[in-house]
Design a protein around this ligand. Structure first.
Ligand code: DHB
Ligand code: FE
Length: 284
């Protein structure tokens, strides 16, 4: 049986990817950000998964306004690194896990979630920057990755509660896969930020801290928070944090098991237009 053993949560700021690609990680501005991931890189080496389910939001890269799936699962054998305007990042292509991905869509769709099956998708910074933060600059990513993209670019977007419940359905799917696989689920995006309009540059440290507390102790309470609160308190792009709720929904305690162990917690301001928030939780 496959098992979800841990979850990783992190911001996916594109400038972090550029800092690594351009060799700027030792610069004073960036050094504290990468210091916060030193533990995480070692942890990932010590806890190497067989597959990562990587929940992120596409930023109008793979999906334009012509077609906007709410929940999209990458079922392909591989995914190219997207060109987001400066050429693709110099990082390895992403190898998928079509067998587990097909099983997840089968199980989760039959659990009444409308997923979109995606057989071709270029992956943007929402997926590649977290891999860089957690793995550095390897020749190849340490394991296959199943991209799970949630729309937060064009309203209507799914509620936090629906995302948490999607995480629970994903867990059920993984646990009914008949091969022994160590699976991690990652949720990327956030923290509070707004990239346009009068409030561009908004960062709300109090909101971010409270969100991280609830992610650990009471994700159901955070899942009850409506979109408008994210927009008011965390800016228009703060809604990316529903990715964290999806990953959190797949952890044991929300599915009849013991609470997770907090292996790592990190927060730093600023990185580009937002804060960097990061958690690693292991299932009990
Ligand atoms: C920034 C953060 C994001 O999550 C993103 O998708 C794009 C830009 C930023 O802080 O600059
Ligand atoms: Fe983003």
């Amino acid at each position: 049986m496959a098992k979800i053993t841990a979850s990783v949560f992190t911001s996916h700021v594109p400038a972090i990817g550029a800092a690594v690609d351009l060799g700027k990680t030792k610069e004073p501005y960036w050094q504290p950000v990468f210091k916060g991931y030193e533990y995480s890189k070692q942890w990932l080496k010590d806890n190497k998964p067989d597959v990562i389910l990587l929940v992120f939001n596409d930023h109008a890269t793979a999906f334009s306004l012509e077609m906007i799936p709410t929940f999209a699962v990458g079922c392909a054998a591989e995914f190219a690194v997207a060109d987001e305007g400066w050429g693709p990042r110099p990082v390895p292509k992403v190898i998928g896990h079509p067998e587990l991905a097909a099983h997840i869509v089968q199980s989760v769709i039959q659990d009444d979630f409308d997923l979109t099956i995606v057989n071709k998708m270029d992956v943007d910074h929402g997926l590649t920057v977290p891999l860089t933060l957690m793995c550095g600059q390897p020749e190849a990513w340490p394991c296959p990755v199943i991209p799970i993209a949630i729309n937060v670019v064009q309203y209507p977007v799914p509620s936090g509660k629906r995302c948490l419940n999607l995480g629970k359905a994903i867990r059920k799917a993984v646990e009914s896969f008949d091969k022994d696989l160590n699976v991690q689920i990652w949720g990327t995006g956030g923290m509070s930020h707004q990239l346009q309009g009068a409030r561009a540059g908004l960062i709300n440290k109090d909101f971010d801290g409270a969100f991280m507390d609830l992610m650990i102790k009471d994700p159901e309470a955070q899942a009850a928070v409506p979109h408008i609160n994210y927009v008011r308190e965390a800016g228009s792009e703060g809604i990316e944090l529903v990715m964290w709720l999806t990953a959190r929904g797949a952890m044991s305690d929300l599915n009849g098991g013991p609470p997770p162990t907090v292996k790592h917690r990190f927060y730093h301001v600023p990185a580009s237009n937002t804060a960097v928030g990061h958690l690693i939780l292991e299932n009990g």
